[in-house]
Design a binder for this molecule. Structure first.
Ligand SMILES: [Zn+2]
Length: 84
């Protein structure tokens, strides 16, 4: 049986080299998650997540779209950094 193929649209993050990441504000760093949060977790909170493709390992990562709180993100799969 052949696998089902799905076309999904995701934004590709922009790589942040490790050297540059050291100079960035850690309090503005969001950590991506592998699964989008469940409904009850997002109720009453601003926790809209956008799927992103990690530019380093090509994992699909969900990050908060709150760009005021977060300016850059860490990939939960490979630990590298990226931004919108
Ligand atoms: Zn990654």
């Amino acid at each position: 049986m052949s696998p089902e193929i799905k076309d999904i649209k995701v934004m590709v993050g922009k790589k942040i080299p490790k050297e540059e990441a050291k100079t960035l504000d850690k309090s503005k760093m969001g950590v991506g998650v592998v699964h989008p949060p469940a409904e009850q977790e997002v109720e009453g909170q601003h926790l809209i997540v956008d799927p992103f493709l990690c530019p380093w390992c090509f994992a699909v990562v969900y990050v908060s779209d709150d760009t005021t709180a977060y300016h850059w993100y860490m990939c939960p799969s490979c630990g590298h950094y990226f931004r919108y």
